[in-house]
Design a protein around this ligand. Sequence first.
Ligand code: C2O
Ligand code: CU
Ligand code: CU
Length: 513
Amino acid sequence: MSPKLKKFVDKLPGIDILRPKHTNYNTPYYEVKMEEFHQKLHRDLKSTRLWGYNSQFPGPTIEVNQGEPIEVLWMNELPKRHFLPVDKSIHHVAEHPEVRTVTHLHGSETQSDNDGYPEAWFTRNFEEVGPFFERSVYQYPNHQRATTLWYHDHAMGITRLNMYAGLAGLYIIRDKQEKALNLPKDDYEIPLVIQDRTFNDDGSLFYPSEPDPPDPALPDPSIVPFFLGDTILVNGKVWPYMEVEPRKYRFRVLNASNTRAYQLYLDSEQPFYQIGTDGGLMSKTVKVSKLPMEPAERVDLILDFSNLEGETIHLKNELGPDADPEDETNDVMQFKVNLPLSEKDTTDIPHFLSHIPTLRDNRITNIRSLKLLGSTDEYDRPLLLLDNKKWSDPVTENPILGATEIWSFMNLTGFTHPIHIHLIQFQILDRRPFDLDLYNEQGDIIFTGAATPPAPYERGWKDTVAAPSAQITRIIVHFTPFTGRYVWHCHILEHEDYDMMRPMDVIDPEGEE
Ligand code: C2O
Ligand code: CU
Ligand code: CU
């Protein structure tokens, strides 16, 4: 358990915008170093050892305009030993260097050799590289519409540890259409990167080295099937506060936690005006009072603090009815409406935001029914699988470039899995509940209710979808614009590492398979 930390004593930090090192023939070129450093995460906590991009936690934000490609040299300058417990029994981790990194730009439409494939890892100064390593300078085309993406580590078998150590940052794409909307901007457009962590008394990060209770028959260290920190951080500070003016603000919210899902709400009973999902602006602004966020999901929100001068408002996380009363993760951060209004707020909460063409009218050329299920490994530890296959099994998801497919996730486990597909933004079709006990006894799917359309807060472009237990969640996906090797996986990092991740090939219709 973390030491007792007073809430709302540290100011919400801003996040630096990364500047390009130079511009090569019109293409901005950036350099990012992954480094070990120490950062103060709370007033009363000693500095915490972290790994971060350019020694920042979260990493610096990369900001680009649609249609302007950039290049990034990702460099690993980390120590050779990990400071978190590496389980060597999974994924041939024992055969590889202990510290490996590869950066993935989550939600981006990027060519496969720039996507950050888990086996395209590299070590310090590129001394050793993984079997899929092709390049050190990554190119991002930025063709897609304006949205909030994020970059993070994706190294095979240790992603949960590298990201917990701090390797994640935001990447914002802007476009003309969004700029024309008169949304709050500059000082009134704020990123909120939400993460959970647990601290030791000396300020260091705690991450379990084995399941609880310990079992001497297990490998040491041994991966845990999930991890929930007991302390919430926003932009790298524990339970921070933010001073705001009585006006509208735009918040780009990212859940960058390993396992934790949030149910965000405001204790002022104000609604969130949601304007965007993972893949950018929605078609219309939706008013939501409670916002569920699975790991890796982003929401773009407007909060209106007008007429709330002098008030203190909390961004809360609703815990379930059987939550431990000691659980402090019901708080996320605080807003103090105590700054004078510096100028009249002339920004809008537009009703119409953007045009989102539906994929429902496309010709569907394939329907894939994919089970999310649990089994056990040779040590009797939980082993979660996608369609009963491991990472190392041959590729089975191989859509043809340009095809539209329905992927249907049948969740046979007892909890929600946030399923993420690289390369594309998709749309959620529906969810339908079935009798899981009956399925477990007899293997038949008996629906217990009608299919329900996506919730208002997820009606837009998505790259990560909550697939709840005992439901079939269907999404519709148009595979474009690149061919090649990608991945799809559960974004609970403890699941992704073992073994809820599968390779995926997008195949050229003309080429040989
Ligand atoms: Cu957030 Cu495979 O990624
Ligand atoms: Cu991704
Ligand atoms: Cu999962």
